[in-house]
Write a protein that binds this ligand. Structure first.
Ligand SMILES: [Zn+2]
Length: 103
C-alpha cells in the first residue's frame, strides 16, 4: 500500500494537509507581482518618517518596495544601512505613488 497512488490522491483531494492552497511565501517572492525578491542595501532613516495619510493603504500594492528602513529602537544606531529584500516592481509602484503625490 501507499506509494504514488496515495500521493496522487493527496494531490487530487486538494492538499487537505495544507491550510492554504497558495504556496507559502517566505520573503522570497513578492505576493503582489510574483517576482523573486532581490537583495539590496538601503539607508536606515532615523527619526520620524512622515508619510501621507493614504500611504499605508497605497503601500499594499508595493509591499516590498523597501526603499527606506525606519530606524527603530531595535536597530543599531551605528548602522547606516540595512540589508533588505525588495521587489523591483514594487519600487516602480512606489515611485509612481510618490510621483502622484508630488506631481
Ligand atoms: Zn512587488
Amino acid at each position: 500500500m501507499g506509494g504514488w497512488l496515495d500521493l496522487l490522491s493527496d494531490l487530487i483531494s486538494g492538499g487537505t494537509k495544507e491550510p492554504k492552497p497558495v504556496p507559502k511565501i517566505e520573503e522570497k517572492m513578492c505576493p503582489v507581482h510574483g517576482l523573486e525578491l532581490r537583495a539590496g542595501r538601503v539607508p536606515i532613516e532615523y527619526g520620524l518618517l512622515r508619510y501621507p495619510d493614504d500611504y499605508r493603504e497605497a503601500s499594499a500594492s508595493f509591499p516590498y518596495a523597501c526603499s527606506k528602513v525606519p530606524g527603530g529602537c531595535c536597530i543599531d544606531y551605528n548602522k547606516k544601512y540595512a540589508q533588505i529584500r525588495y521587489c523591483p516592481e514594487c519600487r516602480k509602484a512606489e515611485k509612481a505613488y510618490w510621483k502622484s503625490k508630488h506631481g
